[in-house]
Every structure is written in structure tokens, then in C-alpha cells.
Design a protein around this ligand. Structure first.
Ligand code: GDP
Ligand code: MN
Length: 394
């Protein structure tokens, strides 16, 4: 689950990580009030959406008077912002952050994440921070520094100093960085986070102090049950509607950008199915994991959700009947295809308990369901169907 910048900064405050003073506002009048209350001579108005790249998309603006803060906020609120991080969707701006503007001497990058290959929580830092960190990492990886933390020893002072030197900081700044990293590490571990990103971490002018100018937090969904106050920060308006709807039915669903919908049971089978589709030259539109208890009602719900994606040209069902029986799954598929009036080709591959009975049910249904004896053939049929090369029925 993602947090908004203003929510992330409130957590930063709890952990002693310095950020510019700011207040959240949901109307132009609130923004004027916030600017007045904060004082100072300049403010940044920042659209609160679950994505970075707002600066380039018109979601970060500088105001010189409280009245201008109100005007900018009024224009931003109600906007939909699409950035390279929003996955093709435009996210609604329901709140803005009004923050004291900072004078910036340099923009650095700092993040905390779980490095799966090392099996360690790691800090990633770079002196080349700001809005183009992805390009820095791709073009000049030598400008990115990583330190991995031993979970039994915890974050060590020498690790912070090493990163501070690599970022070109002076002695006073290295002390600040050490404190900041200590706070970030505690925040990451205590609140079960999956990612903290501070981009930019700025050196403020004229004093040279370090300041977290932006804040992005992703929380481990599996830990939300024990982080009730963080779970309460969820903003469903920022989430993919199809993924939300699937979640309400206890189905795992991920939107992708191809044209073949995938219905599978189990995450491993989902990965294998998508790999095989790609290998055969196709692209998955989504995948939906119906889980272990794939009964007729769940299969029907699942069909409705995967068909909701406008670009779907074929459906590949790939189910392993281990706990569930293939004949029950087949009944579910037949009922769903009838009920939902599926208009695109449906390719079904079943394996496991009662597989013959399952295939017999599908064939006896007289519906346009194409059966496939194995995954390779199933994926090929789906790819061909999506291309319109083969829309014949079995
Ligand atoms: P993002 O584009 O969504 O990552 O939003 P950021 O909060 O990172 O802001 C984008 C850019 O706007 C930063 O890299 C800064 O260059 C600039 N910016 C944001 N806040 C301030 C500020 O208080 N003062 C100045 N001078 N620039 C700012
Ligand atoms: Mn940023």
C-alpha cells in the first residue's frame, strides 16, 4: 500500500527526520489559510497523488503570496495527474500539500528498500538526485551507492559515514545524514515498510542542512493487520478500480498492458502462464488468481473482472486441480461464460484431479470454448486468438 507524501512526512516527523513545514489542504481556502499559518515568503503547492514525477506533470508549483497559493491549489484540486509512474492511469488530486518553499543548494537521492538478492534491508544513495534518478541509474550506475544492513548488527555508524563520503557531504552534514538514516531505518523496520524514497534529499541553502523535500512510502500489505494506524491512511481513490473490486471478492488481480486475460490458480502458475504467453509473442492484459477454492461463483466473479479491461481480445484459463476438482472448475467456467456473455475466445487448459470429466463438460456445453491439452498449446492458441488469426471454436 502506498502513502501520500503528507502522510509519509508525518511519519518522518515521528522519527526525527527533518522535512519542510507543511499542511495538507482540500480546498483553495484551506490552502490560503495554510500558507498564512506557515508564514514565510514562498510556498510550494504539491498535488497529493500516489506517484512521483508530479513536478513534470504540473503537480508541483511555487506560490509567492497566500492568495496565489489558493489559486494554484484551486486549479490543482480536481485535476487528474498522469505521470510515468501511474501505469497509464490518471490519478485524482483530492488534496494538496502546502509547504514552506526551500532554497536548494543540491538535490541528492536516498532510499531504503529490501534488496532481495542480498536478503538485506539496504540504503541506496546518490549525489545525482532530483527528478531523473531512473535515468541516472540506467546511464551512470557508478553514481549510485548501496549499503546493505546486517539484520543482527543493525545499521552501523561507519556505514552512514561511508555513504556520506560517497555523496560528497561535509562533516556536519554526515552527522545529520547519520541521524536521518537511523530514523529511516527504525521507521522502516518498526512500521513494516517495503520502500522509503526521499527524492530529492536536499542540501538547503544557505545553511547547508539536509532536508527531506519529498517522501514516498510503500507499506508491506501483509503487515497491515498489525499497523492499524497506517492501514487507516489508505486512499482507495488512488488505486486501480479493477484491483480494488477483485480484492473485495478475495481474488488477487493485477492489471497489465497487453491483450490476453489470464485466469489461473496460484501465483507460481500465474508467473509460468505469463512467461509462456510472452515466449509465444503475446502480452498478458492482466492476471487473476482465483486461489484454492475456485468454485462456480468465484469463477464467474473472476470472469467479470478480467473482462472489465477494455483491451482484452482473448482469455486463457489455466487451472491446476489439486485441491479443487477440474470438473467443478469446468462447471464454473461454463456457467460464467453463459452468465457473463463472453464475446472473446476462451481457451481453457486444465490439469489434475478429474481432468477428463472437466474437459467432457466443456465440450458438451456447445459454448465457444477452446480446450488445450497443455500450457504451451494453450498459450499459443490464446496468442493466435488475440491476433485474430484463429477465432474458430473447438
Ligand atoms: P515529484 O516530481 O513528484 O518527485 O515531486 P518533488 O517533491 O520531488 O518535486 C519535484 C521537484 O520540484 C524537486 O526535485 C525540486 O527541484 C522542485 N521543488 C520541490 N519543492 C521545492 C522547494 O521547496 N523549493 C524549490 N526551489 N524547488 C522545489
Ligand atoms: Mn520526488
Amino acid at each position: 500500500m502506498n502513502l501520500h507524501e503528507y502522510q509519509a512526512k508525518a511519519l518522518f516527523k515521528q522519527y526525527g527526520i527533518p522535512t519542510p513545514a507543511g499542511e495538507v489542504a482540500a480546498s483553495a481556502e484551506d490552502a490560503v489559510q495554510a500558507a498564512r499559518a506557515l508564514g514565510g515568503g514562498q510556498w510550494v503547492i504539491k498535488a497529493q497523488v500516489h506517484a512521483g514525477g508530479r513536478g513534470k506533470a504540473g503537480g508541483v508549483k511555487l506560490a509567492h503570496t497566500p492568495a496565489e497559493a489558493g489559486e494554484l491549489a484551486g486549479r490543482m484540486l480536481g485535476m487528474h495527474i498522469q505521470t510515468y509512474q501511474t501505469g497509464g492511469r490518471a490519478l485524482p488530486v483530492n488534496t494538496v500539500l502546502v509547504a514552506e518553499a526551500s532554497d536548494i543548494a543540491a538535490e541528492l537521492y536516498l532510499s531504503v528498500l529490501i534488496d532481495r538478492s542480498r536478503r538485506r534491508i539496504s540504503f541506496v544513495g546518490s549525489a545525482a538526485g532530483g527528478v531523473d534518478i531512473e535515468q541516472v541509474a540506467a546511464a551512470t550506475p557508478e553514481k549510485i551507492f548501496t549499503i546493505a544492513i546486517d539484520p543482527t548488527a543493525g545499521l552501523q555508524g561507519f556505514q552512514c559515514r561511508r555513504l556520506g563520503f560517497a555523496l560528497g557531504l561535509n562533516e556536519a552534514q554526515i552527522k545529520q545524514l547519520t541521524r536521518m538514516m537511523g530514523g529511516l531505518y527504525r521507521l522502516f523496520v518498526e512500521r513494516d515498510l517495503a520502500l522509503i524514497e526521499v527524492n530529492p534529499l536536499v542540501i538547503a541553502a544557505p545553511g547547508g542542512d539536509l532536508l527531506a523535500l519529498d517522501a514516498k512510502i510503500n507499506v508491506d500489505d501483509n503487515a497491515l493487520y498489525r499497523q492499524a494506524d497506517i492501514a487507516a491512511l489508505r486512499d482507495e481513490s488512488q488505486e486501480d478500480p479493477a484491483e480494488l473490486e477483485a480484492g473485495r471478492h478475495g481474488l488477487n488481480y493485477i492489471t497489465l498492458d497487453g491483450d490476453i486475460a489470464c485466469m489461473v490458480n496460484g501465483a507460481g502458475l500465474a508467473m509460468a502462464t505469463m512467461d509462456e504467453i510472452q515466449r509465444q509473442g503475446g502480452r498478458p492484459a492482466n492476471f487473476l488468481d482465483v486461489g484454492g477454492g475456485a468454485n462456480a461463483a468465484r469463477v464467474a466473479e473472476a470472469f467479470k473482472i478480467i473482462l472489465g479491461a477494455a483491451q482484452v481480445k482473448a482469455i486463457l484459463v489455466n487451472i491446476f486441480g489439486g485441491i479443487v476438482r477440474c470438473d467443478l472448475v469446468a462447471e464454473g467456467i461454463v456457467a460464467a461464460v453463459r452468465e457473463v456473455h463472453v464475446k472473446v475466445p476462451v481457451i481453457v487448459r486444465l490439469e489434475g484431479t478429474n481432468v477428463e470429466a472437466g474437459y467432457r463438460l466443456l465440450e458438451a456445453s456447445s459454448l465457444a470454448i477452446i480446450t488445450a491439452p497443455d500450457l504451451e498449446r494453450g498459450a499459443r492458441l490464446a496468442v493466435e486468438a488475440a491476433r485474430g488469426a484463429n477465432t474458430a471454436t473447438a
